[in-house]
Design a protein around this ligand. Structure first.
Ligand SMILES: [Zn+2]
Ligand SMILES: [Zn+2]
Length: 346
């Protein structure tokens, strides 16, 4: 079927209205009528060509919430009318050790990204800035009724990206968790870590968003631009989740970890990060990374968010404002996620 979409025609060019072809609904597929699509920093990196050549035109969007409009003959997990979501991947091999372990995002044959990827049938995948999408049922998440659908969209990337490391590294009662950066990812990390029962500290460049941070669930808020911060917080944290995609002073941040603490990166700076091995050795510390989460874990995260009344802080925009929204994301002028109202594409 031919559907309306917004696409980047070439690297660095503004997005513009277009139409794209969605494949026929196969036996294992779900056709989703999209309601909302979040704007992730990755969308901007991709269409700007920061991450290498792309199969233009590219329709970005991997924070998708909508309603099931049709299901294939073999689909038993979703029904027409269900509220569902799609995140950063739409397929994987399903057979490798990582897929079998529920870590489809680390598929040894490469997971199929929601856009700018190559799907099973050889076609380029196109993302959520569109009215409809056809996705393999195994990669379609159930979105509980308890979460507002526009606030649920960013959970599919920003939510799971922060939920997964918080869970893996044991955020919970009695744990001190620091979140570096209070943007799209960071604000989710604060909400989730707070709901898990951890003591949460925001480490931001300045105190500009302090009031917001405390409102979102942080117990403490420090400016990394203030050199006293690092002396004051030395050895304090069990876990630091670094959400910024700009380079940070890794050694200075490692010094804030307690023995056995971990600094986990979920933002991806273009330049390599350097680390002095002594910063790790001198505290049995871990320097780690984490990418989104598996499908099972993403479903678990949505349940957790519904149970705790958690959604993203969103600014809903008509699709015609997407290019302006990109400028504002790059200027850190969004609190905290833009979400496109897909009804404005119809
Ligand atoms: Zn994303
Ligand atoms: Zn696999």
């Amino acid at each position: 079927m031919r559907v309306n979409a917004y696409a980047a025609p070439a690297a660095g060019r503004p997005l513009e209205p277009t139409t794209i072809e969605r494949r026929d609904v196969g036996p294992d597929d779900v056709l989703i009528e999209i309601q909302y699509a979040g704007i992730c920093h990755s969308d901007i990196h991709t269409v700007n060509g920061d991450w290498g050549p792309q199969p233009f035109p590219v329709v970005p969007g991997h924070e998708i919430v909508g309603v099931v409009a049709e299901v294939g003959s073999d689909v038993t997990t979703h029904r027409v009318g269900d509220r569902v979501g799609v995140g950063c991947m739409v397929n994987s091999c399903g057979e490798c050790a990582n897929c079998r372990n529920g870590d489809e995002q680390y598929c040894l044959r490469g997971m199929v990204p929601t856009y700018a990827g190559t799907d099973r049938d050889g076609s380029s995948t196109q993302g959520g800035y569109s009215t409809h999408v056809v996705v393999d049922a195994d990669f379609v998440l159930r979105v509980p009724d308890g979460i507002d659908p526009s606030a649920a969209a960013p959970l599919l990337c920003a939510g799971i990206t922060t939920y997964s490391p918080l869970r893996r590294w044991g955020a919970g009662p009695g744990k001190r968790v620091a979140v570096v950066g209070l943007g799209g990812l960071g604000h989710m990390a604060v909400k989730l870590a707070h709901a898990m029962g951890a003591e949460v500290t925001v480490l931001s460049q300045s105190l500009k968003k302090q009031e917001d941070g405390l409102r979102l669930g942080a117990d403490h808020y420090f400016a990394t631009g203030d050199p006293d911060t690092f002396a004051q917080l030395a050895g304090r944290f069990d876990l630091i989740v670094n959400t910024v995609s700009a380079p940070i002073d890794v050694d200075a941040h490692l010094s804030l970890l307690a023995v056995d603490g971990a600094l986990v990166n979920v933002g991806a700076p273009a330049e390599p990060l350097s680390v002095n091995a002594m910063s790790l050795i001198g505290g049995r510390r871990t320097f780690a990374g984490s990418m989104i989460g598996g499908i099972g874990e993403t479903q678990e995260m949505l349940g957790f968010c519904a149970e705790h009344g958690i959604g993203a802080e969103v600014e809903v925009i008509p699709v015609g404002q997407v290019n302006e929204a990109y400028e504002r994301v790059l200027a850190s002028d969004v609190r905290y996620r833009f979400v496109i109202d897909a009804a404005t594409l119809r």
